[in-house]
Design a protein. Structure first.
Length: 466
């Protein structure tokens, strides 16, 4: 049986804490990363204590020097939590008392609880994490845009159901992977609005009676305002779930492109060549060049989704207000963020260094009768209803399949046998370039539309970086 003399609770207890209880309660192995935020919170808190008369100016000076010294020790690694200390808060309070003495250091806890502390610290962490994530997303969008510009004009087969559908520009395809990340940037921007409120001053759940200026603490910590309800502030973790959800969406979009790169790098596709710096080999097969980055991104996305699902399950049945279950909010979010921050630079590097086999992609762009829709639309322009045009185009595909022909290869007579509406002029639309450039409507795959997309993406990235 053991109980640390530095525990933040215990006066009501006469017996020692069981070792199993202490082991289960301990969180310093993951919440220590919040130490710098805890110290920043304490620095703001002691100013409020001084303003309210609970610390005189001399005591404030002592504790402020202690905070600065402890911050240096934490950053330098000379101060760490003891094995028996329950959490980051207990360890740091012990450190402050060691430096400032118990008479002054013992006053720091006045008017606050670990409940409002942790709710504030996690918001501070997520604010910095959101900034770091935004930077990675912007770099990824730049990589996609750069590669799209490099291969402007190259055609490929667009797919639905992973079957050949219609020809598109490779640049259009790459830009299609950039826009979901733009929306993720917008989600982060919106998320920050809800994040930008401080729970400090909520204490355990009901606020405090000491007249501390929570607004001043919020301003000192960089928040725009204080939270509206102390019970909600200390017990809600929807923002942690929201951030973990945004991380999950970013990862899912990476995983979708990863799936394609994995396929494109096969001999069967032959669309891309991976750069040596962003691929691995086999310990037994000398010829192998494996798309490990794409595979790991795909695999870690499953892990990240699992973190989100576990977090939501933890939150689903918690009564107001704080419950110790909430100790389980940080690890899944931390892990999701850490894993994504490993994946994103690698994905950005892989995309930036991909070499595309333009001739192979263009050869395959019209395969699988992917120009059939162009025939149907040509017939519509001749006055045929789309219902009939679709039927005629489908019959031509069937005829060509049976006779081993491409859509432009039947003779004039064979066209007439399929339908009197199929005239020799239809061959004018049966080219990949015609199919691509003809799709010039908003958001289409024509060169003009794709260039406009890339200009928009560059502007968005440039604006976000200012």
């Amino acid at each position: 049986m053991a109980q640390s003399s530095d525990a933040l609770w215990g006066g009501r207890f006469s017996g020692a804490t069981a070792d199993a209880m202490a082991a289960l309660s301990k969180s310093t192995h993951f919440d220590w990363r919040l130490a710098k935020y805890d110290l920043r919170g304490t620095a703001a808190h002691v100013k409020a204590l001084n303003a309210a008369g609970y610390l005189n100016d001399d005591e404030l000076g002592v504790i402020q020097k202690a905070i600065k010294e402890l911050t240096k020790r934490v950053e330098g690694g000379s101060f760490k939590p003891k094995p028996e200390e329950e959490d980051v808060h207990a360890a740091l309070e012990r450190g402050l008392i060691e430096i400032a003495g118990s008479d002054v250091g013992g006053k720091v806890r006045t008017g606050r609880s670990r409940n409002d502390q942790i709710a504030t610290l996690i918001r501070m962490f997520m604010s910095d994490a959101a900034d770091a994530l935004e930077e990675q997303i912007l770099g990824y969008i730049e990589a996609l845009s750069g590669k799209a510009e490099e291969y402007m004009g190259a055609a490929m087969a667009g797919r639905t159901h992973f079957q050949h559908a219609q020809p598109v520009l490779l640049s259009h395809h790459l830009a299609a992977h950039a826009w979901p990340q733009v929306r993720n940037l917008q989600r982060l921007e919106d998320f920050r609005k809800r994040l930008n409120k401080s729970p400090y001053g909520s204490a355990a759940l009901a606020g405090n009676t000491l007249g501390l200026d929570s607004g001043a603490i919020a301003e000192e910590l960089g928040f725009a305002a204080t939270t509206e309800n102390s019970m909600d502030a200390t017990s809600a973790r929807d923002l942690v779930a929201e951030f973990t959800f945004i991380i999950s969406l970013v990862a899912i979009d990476l995983s979708r492109l990863s799936e394609e790169v994995i396929a494109w790098a096969t001999v069967e596709f032959g669309y891309v060549q991976l750069d040596d710096g962003f691929a691995t080999g086999s310990s037994i097969m000398p010829q192998k060049k494996n798309p490990d980055i794409a595979e790991l991104a795909r695999g870690k996305t499953g892990r990240i989704i699992g973190n989100l699902a576990g977090l939501l399950a933890t939150l689903k049945a918690l009564p107001l207000s704080y419950n110790r279950d909430l100790q389980e909010d940080k690890e899944p979010m931390f892990d999701s963020f850490d894993q994504l921050m490993l994946v994103m630079p690698a994905m950005t590097g892989m995309i930036s260094t991909l070499t595309f086999n333009k001739s192979r992609m263009e050869d395959m762009a019209s395969a699988g009768f992917s120009l059939a829709t162009d025939i149907a639309e040509w017939l519509v322009r001749q006055g045929v209803t789309f219902r009939e045009a679709h039927e005629i185009s489908g019959k031509l595909v069937s005829f060509c399949e049976e006779n081993g022909l491409e859509l432009h290869e039947p003779s004039d007579e064979q066209y007439r046998e399929v339908s009197i509406h199929l005239k020799p002029e239809v061959r004018k639309v049966l080219s990949v370039s015609s199919a691509i450039e003809g799709r010039n409507g908003a958001g289409g795959t024509s060169s003009k539309q794709v260039i406009e997309q890339l200009v928009q993406l560059r502007k968005l990235v440039g604006k976000a970086k200012k």
